[in-house]
Design a binder for this molecule. Structure first.
Ligand code: SF4
Ligand code: SF4
Length: 344
């Protein structure tokens, strides 16, 4: 079956599959974005995210992942904004992780869309990605007219602000790319640069090695004391550069139920007491917060306990420092104890 405007029909199919915003762009390479990524990597800004280096070439050329790709569909889903107040003995988690694991929730919806497309246009190839494929998702979203990329490096959608997930479908359907780019930028605003607690953001650049999102989620080693001092009570990710963005003010995201499991923070003492990955999996089942595993989460809790000066955690920290099987945890707990002692 053919339809007069496949793009419009696909947008309707997307809505039916639980995808509230969809842009269509070409499969053309992204040379400017690819070059910027290569410069960024060459400066070492990616820290130990070796996978970014390994996939840089693929990211610039969307067709390299699926050679018969003719068009790229880019999907957005809104999530809830960060909560301001959390209990005093808790640590913050990023707003995008308040819900069920977005990789699975979004991918399920993209796969449903792929099946509908394949039913409608037999012999069409499709392939779906949510954050795990070698894609320049924000660049594709920009070209698909879904928003602009802010100084905080987030995609900023006119509808959802930056509180959104991005998913990508490659398809062999040759579709009209009828969505003009959003012609907007940050103008003179520098709020995110000024608010970033660690100086990871500058006017022109972003150093992931100083970013709390990277440090709490992707980094595998001990977090150096000067950076740990600046991390506050963040246990998983950081929302500061999005929270201050004027484009997120007054946004009614209309996020779906799967974006809210009721988990907005974690008790720091509880996290310090997790003994293995099985306990972490049980406590955080179905969420994206498990990614740093027990080692990373307990390390982050050591940092947060010291920053919050939670004296009720001192015994636990001492035990971790003395006997934990994980060297990163041992060293981070020792550092945390030292930072307690310096406080009068
Ligand atoms: S996520 Fe936090 S640490 Fe990272 S750039 Fe934004 S404000 Fe800075
Ligand atoms: S806070 Fe200002 S500079 Fe930063 S992304 Fe938002 S609009 Fe751009």
């Amino acid at each position: 079956m053919t339809t007069p405007d496949p793009g419009a029909h696909i947008r309707q199919l997307a809505l039916d599959c639980g995808i509230p915003a969809l842009g269509i762009t070409s499969v053309d390479p992204l040379p400017e974005h690819g070059a910027a990524l290569r410069r960024w990597l060459a400066a070492g800004n990616h820290g130990d995210m070796q996978w970014m280096e390994d996939t840089a070439e693929l990211r610039e050329h969307p067709a390299s992942v699926m050679p018969d790709t003719k068009s790229v569909l880019v999907a957005l889903w809104p999530h809830h904004p960060p909560k301001e107040d959390i209990p005093p003995d808790h640590g913050r988690i990023a707003a995008y992780s308040y819900g069920r694991d977005y990789h699975k929730a979004c991918k399920k919806r993209l796969i449903a869309l792929c099946r509908r497309i394949e039913d409608q246009w037999p012999n069409t190839a499709t392939r779906a990605f949510v954050d795990t494929g070698p894609m320049l998702e924000r660049s594709l979203a920009l070209r698909a007219g879904l928003g602009f990329i802010g100084r905080n490096r987030a995609l900023i959608s006119p509808d959802f602000g930056s509180y959104c997930f991005i998913g990508v479908v490659l398809t062999s359907l040759d579709l009209a790319t009828d969505t003009p780019p959003v012609s907007q930028d940050c103008g003179d605003c520098r709020r995110c640069v000024e608010a970033c607690p660690t100086g990871a953001l500058t006017d022109r650049d972003f150093d992931a090695r100083r970013c709390i999102s990277y440090l709490t989620i992707e980094h595998r080693g001990v977090i150096d004391a000067p950076l740990a001092d600046l991390m506050g009570d963040r246990l998983f990710g950081c929302d500061t550069c999005q929270r201050v963005c004027p484009h997120n003010r007054g946004i009614d995201t209309k996020a779906e139920d799967w974006c809210d499991t009721g988990l907005y923070s974690l008790n720091i003492e509880t996290v310090l007491g997790w003994e293995d990955d099985r306990q972490v999996t049980e406590a955080l089942a179905g969420t994206a917060i498990r990614r740093p595993k027990r080692s990373g989460l307990v390390r982050n809790a050591c940092v947060a306990a010291a920053n919050r000066q939670l004296t009720n955690t001192l015994v636990l920290l001492q035990n971790l420092a003395d006997t934990d099987k994980d060297e990163v945890v041992r060293l981070q707990a020792r550092q945390a104890l030292g930072r307690f002692k310096k406080t009068p």
